[in-house]
Unconditional design. Structure first.
Length: 77
């Protein structure tokens, strides 16, 4: 199983499609590109999406087998 540092995602500011399977993660997730239109993350290990994530362009969200409890902390405008 490959380990991905979540900081690597912070450098992908224009990412439009993200598909992750069978990965371990190190660190906390503070950023996802607000350009994402498709997010498929099997086993999403966090309890919510990053507060900085703006899902305005998101068309499909697949988080099967995730630890998601709520979409994000706080409210979105």
């Amino acid at each position: 199983m490959t380990t991905l540092r979540t900081e690597a995602l912070a450098q992908m500011t224009r990412l439009k499609l993200l598909v992750l399977w069978n990965l371990k993660f190190s660190g906390s997730l503070n950023f996802l590109s607000s350009e994402l239109g498709y997010l498929c993350w099997d086993g999403y290990p966090f309890t919510c999406l990053p507060a900085s994530f703006e899902p305005d362009k998101l068309i499909e969200l697949i988080l099967s087998g995730s630890n998601l409890r709520k979409l994000w902390e706080g409210t979105k405008s």
